[in-house]
Design a protein around this ligand. Sequence first.
Ligand code: SF4
Length: 69
Amino acid sequence: MGFLRNVLRRLRNSAPRMDWYKHKHEDCVNFDNGVCINAPRFLNLTNLNPKGQSCPHFKAKEKVEAEKI
Ligand code: SF4
């Protein structure tokens, strides 16, 4: 049963994160004063509402800070 548990854990860890839609731009590390610095310029994401729903490229600020330590 230990083998099965390991397989399940690996699947869970490798699955794409599906909770991005719960966040806001303002909590994303790519958000800088209304601008998404991750987006290609032609998308013109320069006037984002900080409280607006995040996109699938969301990367939590706290997580990045934690990785630095
Ligand atoms: S959630 Fe997406 S659109 Fe918003 S700042 Fe982050 S990467 Fe850019």
